[in-house]
Design a protein around this ligand. Structure first.
Ligand code: GLU
Length: 550
């Protein structure tokens, strides 16, 4: 074992002792059963929808038990840090209402960025070194690769353990010589010597009792000494941070289950109380012939900005995610499901499939329950970031927007489900706005041509309509003027008659109304035509009809 003086010489002289941090971060005063949870996003990329999924569960459990939920930014891999990631975290958490209860401005357990916790980690690394529970390892990349190669050739498990762990039992002289050379080193945890053949047993809040081979690998706990700041590995930071932040329920992805045996050894070595774990199954994607984890690299829908940018209402996404976490929540209405607590023991152990079609349906159903005003407000907030052209249009004509949204929405039993997300607004309602009409519909000529009505009949019919148009309130009255006019211009009264004798008519009432529909809405499918003209007003309706006369 190294001399204490040698060990201490590796650290700042004023580095506090563990007792200092213990005092600095006292036990929380918690009611019985209160859970302190945390999310540990790494700014090595943009946040995954799976991060929101886990954060939602963290947030829910903390709130429902009267505990606290915190976000700890796990930025120990500084070489892989992505610019703008932190801002994107903030945006994602704010959108989905899973902001941290604690941060630099309001929290007694910070800093909440691992890169700012160097002193804390170093205290505990020094402590383990002094106790002989950790050691310096000077193995070079080449040596490590060589060890792995020989292990593979010998068909034994790869890793840094037992006789392969060349610095585990190095003499003080060898270590001193390396230090004198200024050789870089990492600090490794000394896996308990009796770990071989032992089993690690623990209870997972989702999976129940689990058992794994005990860890015998001498995991790196502090990264290379020639980097600054000197940061720990995930494993060590997890133990130190979750202990000192007084987290009592670690909810994390199930890729960490296999690390629990190491984590339990670290907690024991550090003399920390072990923490309860809940390992969440990952969100999956359906692919031909099976499924795989939703991948940030391959699937745009894995990123949170996909949902925010498209303008899926947060409540719809949360409702969907809650249903994935606890199947029973998918069976109850949204408002109830958002308020009902998520139960860890009802989370599945197989990853749930993310089905965007399902999400769109849920979202359309949800939006259909909102008022025109609520929709308009949300679309405006969304457009402020994602559709600069829409912003002035909505600002200039909020009344028109509300009238448009009221079509087949207000006072009807089954409102239109034409919006699945806010970005659908332009396609579904853009035609109402004179400024956007041509932009969203494009030229109507082709659609009119497809109706196969002779152009001179179209013009004559349209001219007559423009000359005699009455902007009638009553839908039947309004439609009757079209019917009468169509009859006057020789259109068959119904498609059946027309079909029987196509040469006798220029078209049927169906074609005649489609002409009007295309002129007014730019499309052959639209919301109720009469209601649409009411929303547009007489002047704009006429203006659009006039276009048919050219
Ligand atoms: N930074 C880790 C990750 O992104 C956090 C895991 C945890 O929650 O402990 O996977």
């Amino acid at each position: 074992m190294l001399d204490r003086a040698v060990i201490d010489g590796l650290f700042p002289a004023d580095l506090p002792e563990p007792a200092y941090w213990e005092e600095q971060y006292p036990q929380r005063e918690l009611a019985e059963g209160a859970k302190v949870t945390r999310l540990g996003p790494s700014p090595t990329g943009f946040i995954h929808i799976g991060g929101i999924y886990v954060g939602m569960i963290d947030r829910d459990i903390a709130t429902n038990t009267g505990g606290a939920y915190l976000v700890r930014v796990e930025d120990t891999d500084q070489s892989r840090e992505v610019e703008g990631a932190l801002e994107q975290f903030e945006r994602g958490f704010a959108y989905f209402g899973i902001e941290s209860d604690e941060d630099a401005s309001k929290g007694a357990y910070g800093p909440y960025l691992q890169s700012q916790r160097e002193q804390i980690y170093l205290t505990y690394v020094r402590h383990l070194l002094r106790e002989g529970k950790a050691y310096l390892c000077f193995a070079t990349k080449e040596e490590l690769a060589d060890i792995t190669g020989r292990q593979q050739a010998n068909k034994v498990p790869t890793g840094y353990y037992g006789k392969w762990a060349i610095w585990r039992d190095a003499s003080a002289e060898d270590v001193a010589a390396k230090l004198a050379e200024g050789a870089p080193y990492v600090v490794r945890f000394r896996a308990p010597a009796d770990a071989d053949g032992q089993r690690a047993r623990f209870v997972d809040a989702i999976r129940g009792r689990l058992e794994h081979e005990a860890n015998r690998n001498d995991a790196v706990i502090l990264k290379a000494s020639d980097t600054s700041p000197r940061l720990p590995t995930y494993h060590f930071a997890h133990a130190v941070d979750d202990h000192l932040m007084r987290v009592n329920l670690v909810i994390r992805g199930d890729e960490w289950i296999s690390s629990v045996p190491l984590h339990l050894q670290l907690f024991a070595a550090l003399e920390f109380e072990p923490i309860e774990y809940a390992h969440i199954a990952p969100l999956m994607k359906h692919i031909p012939g099976g499924k795989r984890k939703l991948s940030k690299r391959k699937d745009p829908e894995a990123g949170v900005d996909f949902y925010i940018g498209a303008g899926f209402p947060a409540d719809a996404v949360l409702y969907y995610l809650r249903g994935l976490a606890n199947g029973r929540l998918a069976e109850i209405p949204l408002t109830e499901a958002l308020a009902a607590p998520i139960q860890l023991d009802q989370c599945g152990v197989a990853g749930p499939l993310v089905d965007l079609v399902k999400l769109e349906d849920i979202s359309a159903d949800h939006i259909a329950t909102l008022s025109g005003q609520q929709i308009l407000d949300a679309v405006r907030v969304w457009a402020a970031t994602y559709d600069a052209e829409l912003v002035p249009v909505l600002a200039a004509e909020p009344e028109l927007a509300l009238r448009a949204l009221a079509v087949e929405r207000d006072g009807v039993e089954n409102p239109r489900k034409d919006l699945r997300k806010w970005s659908d607004f332009r396609d579904a309602y853009g035609f109402f706005f004179p400024q956007l009409f041509q932009l969203v519909t494009g030229p109507a000529d082709e659609r009119i041509a497809a109706l196969n009505v002779a152009p001179d009949v179209v013009r004559a019919f349209a001219q007559d309509l423009v000359d005699t148009y009455e902007h009638r309130d009553d839908p039947a009255d309004w439609f009757n003027q079209l019917r009468d006019l169509a009859a006057k211009h020789g259109f068959a009264p119904n498609p059946k008659e027309y079909k029987k004798n196509p040469d006798a008519y220029p078209g049927s009432i169906r074609e005649a109304s489609q002409l009007v529909r295309v002129a007014i809405t730019g499309a052959t499918r639209s919301p109720d035509l009469h209601a649409t003209t009411q929303a547009l007003g007489a002047e704009e309706t006429l203006r659009r009809l006039k276009a048919l006369t050219n």
